[in-house]
Each structure stands twice: as structure tokens, then as C-alpha cells.
Design a protein around this ligand. Structure first.
Ligand SMILES: [Zn+2]
Length: 200
């Protein structure tokens, strides 16, 4: 139980940081953490804001999004989170944000390149833009996610066209940091594209 409390505290910190960094506004976005040693996860309840996140604002579900503990409705993206835990045994946390520059870049349908030294060092791979034609990543679209992980089993994130970023890591704090770095990378990539168009 102590482990779960610590994870929930990290999820609160990561959620508030994502909100204050502006990578998620309002009540969008979601976050989860794997319950150590079990096919269960702690997930954000639907409808709450990252800004108002508290340790009591999470529920526990299985990897199919079925409520196991807590009150409230699990986030609509719980199925995607569960799928990622099944697909990637090393991943212990998933965060999803509607980050504006990621969405801007994803409109190109091109992989996000590592345009900064920091992204080369910390991300180490171009980030795929996946064109899921729906507001929620339902199981029928999971083959698109699997395809990305077949190509790159350690993929730290992917971006969804017209939607946002999904970042994964060993814990909630690192997942949020990755989401921030992907957003920064997308911002720089777009600024560089504008600068080159104006100046070159
Ligand atoms: Zn979303």
C-alpha cells in the first residue's frame, strides 16, 4: 500500500507540473501508473483537471479499464494505458496530454525529428505521428500502436494526429518530463521550419 501511495503522490506532482507547464489545459489529459507486480493500474478519474489532482482522485482498474477500486469513472483512455502496459513490460507509467505544439507538428503526419541536442540525448529517436481517426484510441486502432513499438521497442513516446502526445517511462515523473521534452522538441521543430521559410 505504501508503494501505491508513493505512486499516487508522484502522479499528483506530474499532473500539476503538466498543467503548469501548459502542456495540458482544462480537464483533458490522463495519467496512470502500473500497480507493481499486478495486472492493474492506478488511473486518473474522468472529468477532473490535472491542476486539481489529489491522491484521492485516482481509481484502480484492470488493463481493460474495468474499475477494481475507488469511486469515479476511469479516464476514457484507460484501455490505451492498459494496452501499453501489456505491450511494454518495462513501462510503469503513461501520460497523455493535448500538447499544442505536438498537435501542430503531427498535422504534417511526419515523424518528429530530434532537432535539439537535448532531444538527441534524452529521447534518442524520432517520434512517430500516428493518425488515429478518432478522439479516443480504441482497441481497433491498437495495431497502429503495435506497429510503432515493433519498429522501436523502447519508444518513449508517440504523437497522435489532431490529438496530442502519449509518453511512457519507468515512473510518473519521468513520463511527464518526457512529455514536456517532446512538446519542447515539437515547438523548436515548428519554429525552425518557420525560420527557414522566412530566412532561407
Ligand atoms: Zn486525449
Amino acid at each position: 500500500m505504501e508503494d501505491l501511495q508513493l505512486l499516487k503522490e508522484q502522479m499528483v506532482l506530474a499532473s500539476k507540473r503538466a498543467y503548469h507547464r501548459g502542456i495540458q489545459t482544462g480537464s483533458g489529459g490522463n495519467i496512470s501508473a502500473r500497480v507493481p507486480g499486478k495486472d492493474l493500474m492506478i488511473v486518473k478519474a474522468s472529468g477532473s483537471s490535472f491542476e486539481d489532482s489529489t491522491v484521492d482522485g485516482f481509481v484502480i482498474t484492470d488493463f481493460d479499464g474495468n474499475l477494481v477500486e475507488g469511486t469515479g469513472k476511469p479516464t476514457r483512455e484507460a484501455l490505451l494505458h492498459g494496452y501499453l502496459y501489456r505491450l511494454c513490460p518495462e513501462v510503469n507509467s503513461v501520460i497523455h496530454c493535448h500538447s499544442p505544439y505536438c498537435i501542430g507538428w503531427a498535422s504534417t503526419r511526419k515523424d518528429l525529428p530530434q532537432v535539439t541536442w537535448h532531444s538527441k540525448l534524452k529521447i534518442g529517436t524520432d517520434i512517430p505521428a500516428i493518425d488515429v481517426p478518432a478522439p479516443v484510441v480504441k482497441p481497433e486502432y491498437f495495431p497502429m500502436i503495435k506497429d510503432a513499438y515493433d519498429k522501436h521497442p523502447d519508444l518513449p513516446a508517440f504523437i497522435l494526429v489532431d490529438h496530442g502526445v502519449v509518453a511512457v517511462a519507468k515512473d510518473p515523473i519521468n513520463a511527464e518530463h518526457t512529455a514536456e521534452l517532446i512538446e519542447e522538441t515539437a515547438q523548436v521543430a515548428l519554429l525552425e521550419a518557420i525560420a527557414k521559410k522566412i530566412i532561407l
